[in-house]
Design a protein. Structure first.
Length: 260
């Protein structure tokens, strides 16, 4: 069994965990609590140096990915942000994602469709996802943005069982090919039973939450499930991390809480 690890570039996290093992990890986040910034910081700090990175966008165009990523860290070093375009493989499935929706083609980025396009066969979004996954190099980091987008499709286009199967399959693919896939899921968008079923398919779940207190609002991160790592944190009695999003540095752990 390979012992490949994925370094996050977040010093205190790497010191405590040694990095991620290959597999599929769900970042369960309250809106804006830091899940996406966690992955982007990992990509900015590790792309090419520690691993190849693929940004797989379900509903965003490549241009939107670049714009949104830069705005996450508005004071970030220009050369580091430039690496997103040069070193990260950005793949968009937006055209397939919105194919059966009311959204006009030209809003997504394509020219107005021809008559042949309109008569063409509709694409299977899950098949397109599988085809893209088959092109990802071994040993890569993949950011699937996002699981929430796939969950929304279960209301109209794909079945819940097919979604669960595709997640099971992606996990197997990741382990077989030494790939780490990180994907965000909006906390509370699913009823409890389905959220638990979804989380159960992954190797790990990291939760990102807001906390409102007298001094203001703060972000917290804790590991709910993570194969090969959670037991180490429990041994060190680490309960959760207080996190901040720095406009220059990106994702930063400001302190950790231990259970005494």
């Amino acid at each position: 069994m390979s012992e490949k690890r994925f370094i996050t570039g977040i010093e205190s996290f790497d010191k405590q965990t040694g990095g991620f093992y290959p597999g599929l990890v769900i970042l369960l986040e309250e809106v804006g609590a830091g899940g996406k910034e966690f992955v982007l910081s990992m990509i900015f700090r590790g792309a090419e140096k520690y691993f190849k990175a693929t940004y797989l966008a379900m509903s965003s165009s490549k241009e939107e990915v670049i714009r949104d990523s830069k705005l996450c860290f508005p004071q970030g070093a220009k050369e580091r942000l430039k690496e997103l375009e040069e070193k990260v493989n950005i793949i968009s499935l937006a055209e397939y994602y919105f194919e059966s929706s009311i959204i006009p083609y030209w809003w997504i980025g394509r020219d107005r469709p021809s008559l042949e396009d309109l008569k063409g066969k509709k694409h299977d979004i899950l098949k397109e996802l599988v085809d893209v996954c088959d092109t990802i190099p071994e040993g890569s980091l993949v950011f699937l943005d996002s699981m929430s987008d796939l969950v929304r499709l279960t209301r109209t286009r794909i079945s819940w069982n097919d979604l669960i199967d595709i997640i099971k399959g992606m996990r197997k693919m990741c382990i077989k090919r030494n790939i780490l896939t990180l994907t965000t899921l909006t906390k509370g968008m699913l009823e409890k039973g389905r959220e638990e079923e979804l989380i159960d398919q992954a190797d790990g779940t990291i939760v990102f939450e807001w906390e409102i207190h007298k001094e203001g609002i703060s972000r917290w991160m804790y590991i709910r499930k993570l194969l090969g790592i959670l037991s180490l944190l429990e041994k060190k009695k680490i309960a959760k991390y207080n996190i901040k999003i720095d406009p220059y540095e990106g994702f930063v752990i400001s302190q950790l809480v231990r259970i005494m």
